[in-house]
Design a protein around this ligand. Structure first.
Ligand code: SF4
Ligand code: SF4
Length: 122
């Protein structure tokens, strides 16, 4: 069974202008995108309640929820468009995947986030 979207060829624009039409790095397995304390503060309680899940045992990791095979914060309401609905307050881990970076190119070639980005959990 395939996971994610069809692979995309080519290198995207470094300014991120190709990202909404791509969205490959926002397709991943559950409990992939971790929130650090600064991410929680930036996101705020309403978004944390709606979009994240907190482990009930130490060290109390918090993750952005999934909606199927994509991040629950990914707006998939328009076919072929994949904007992040919380772009301004997205977690630090998401900011590590720059357009054109190795993790980005891996995600495009796979159709989903790969293993070359390692989200910090502490
Ligand atoms: S995989 Fe690359 S081009 Fe696609 S959305 Fe992520 S950063 Fe942007
Ligand atoms: S929070 Fe936004 S940028 Fe990060 S994986 Fe989810 S949709 Fe993508």
């Amino acid at each position: 069974m395939t996971f994610g979207l069809p692979p995309l060829e080519g290198v995207p624009a470094a300014d991120g202008s190709d990202c909404v039409a791509c969205g490959r790095c926002c397709h991943h397995q559950p409990e992939t995108v971790t929130l650090l304390e600064a991410d929680e503060i930036r996101m705020g309680e309403p978004l944390l309640t709606r979009l994240t899940v907190l482990h009930d045992r130490p060290p109390f990791f918090r993750f952005v929820k999934n909606d199927g095979e994509a991040c629950a914060a990914l707006d998939r309401s328009v076919a072929g468009n994949y904007p992040c609905s919380i772009y301004e307050v997205r977690p630090a881990g998401c900011r590590e995947v720059d357009a054109g970076s190795p993790a980005c190119l891996e995600a495009r070639s796979l159709g989903h986030l790969g293993t070359s980005v390692d989200f910090k959990r502490v």
